[in-house]
Design a protein around this ligand. Sequence first.
Ligand SMILES: [Zn+2]
Length: 514
Amino acid sequence: MHLASTEKVGHVRAARHAEGTSVSSDSTVRGAASDAGRDMAYNAVRDIPYDDLKAFEGRAAAEAGIGKDLVNVPMIRHWCEAMGDTHPAYAGADPIAPPTMMQAWTMGGLSGHEGRSDAYDELFGLLDGAGYTSVVATDCEQEYVRALRPGDEISFDAVIESVSERKTTKLGTGHFVTTRMDIRAGGELAGTHRFRILKYAPARRKPKGKRPRPVINRDNAGFWEGVAAHRLLIQRCGGCGELRFPWLPGCNACGSPEWDTIEASGEGTVYSYVVMHHPPFPAFDPPYAVGLIELAEGVRIVSNVIGVPYDKVRVGLPVRLEFQRVDEELELPLFRALGGGPPFTSGGEPFGSGGEPSVGGGEPCAGGGALVEGGPGGALRVGEELPALEIPITRILIVAGAIASRDYQDVHHDAELAKAKGSPDIFMNILTTNGLIGRYITDRFGPTAVLRTVAIRLGAPNYPGDTMVLSGTVEAVDNGPDGVTAMVKVVGTNGIGKHVTGTVAVTLPPGGTA
Ligand SMILES: [Zn+2]
């Protein structure tokens, strides 16, 4: 479900038509396009004349909306707890609200929106009536003008900025709707917020085929008994002690039929791998990586490498055994990529040529203001890579983030309803992703850092059980009267791909204190 990519597909196709040439060799884009075509059947939708949709552009989406609560300490605290954000500015006697929380103050909450305009309801009614009944947020761009403090009364106006032509994505077919909101505190502009959603008809996934069953016989039954007990068993020759895998009735080294077993520790590395693109099999969702894993004991086993995008699997990648239930009857030994190795760094991406990547030199970003020591911009270089942040995507994080952001869309807390809408499980909402990125940046830049803008685009959803790794690269540094402002490119990668890509502007005031 690469939303970001699939939206790109629309542009790529349009460009192809215009120029008559192949404009992209991006396999992700092509993969998304072919997946959308091959695996999906679409629910019946009615074509809406595009002029009818264009007519909504420029109309108010919300007029004189009022935040349901004043900015307040409990909501700030709940947000920080959900995001794991311990920034000192958000606590204590005189806290400010985390800037990325801005949208939360405008949310309708459990009882819904009141400030919505007729135009917004009409547009949604039109799309619903034509069969585009589901909604997912894809982009969020925020600019923060002034900090929000407890007691601030929030008001907002929003305008429908654009409605796209019909686009087909992996999620389904539909229209992107972009709204722009001005948010005020006590009548004074506090920030702006541009938000893009896809209003779509969910694709009907063909029922997924089951993975092939193992053929269990006298010679390998012990192996599968081990799997059932979550033990990966290796045969050991009774004659010469040689370890062997896969299981065989006799020893290749000495011919002895005698054997016993040892249990694998579960540690290993990728000895070799292939990425499977074609042909597709019903149980598998290409592209995916098949690894030949060398276990710490020295024998090798073929299995899937999980927990890392298929194109980040590398020879030598450290992995650890995990037993995963793939359907009601079958559990399999799979190998999860371990962090810390080469695959998670974005090294080698061409971010400027000035300055070498920031390895060594102590901990560049831990703790307060270390980056600006020696004068604004002195320690902050274009091309500098921030230490990565690994975030386990738990069910409770997804739910707590949704509630802290006052987002009661069922797909963020109710697995059954999420499945009914074509999603394999609940998934993280965009406000939580936004909050986690804010936390990542201020964690890395220290307590004096001030967020200016956060612009993100979502791709592969964050489902429970996955891990997201946030990484950041300084793309530009600007010395101004307010201090030094860095533009940081942020990428959040999960087990299925890029969950989020975005850009954050963050300012470090001169003198290192806010
Ligand atoms: Zn032997």
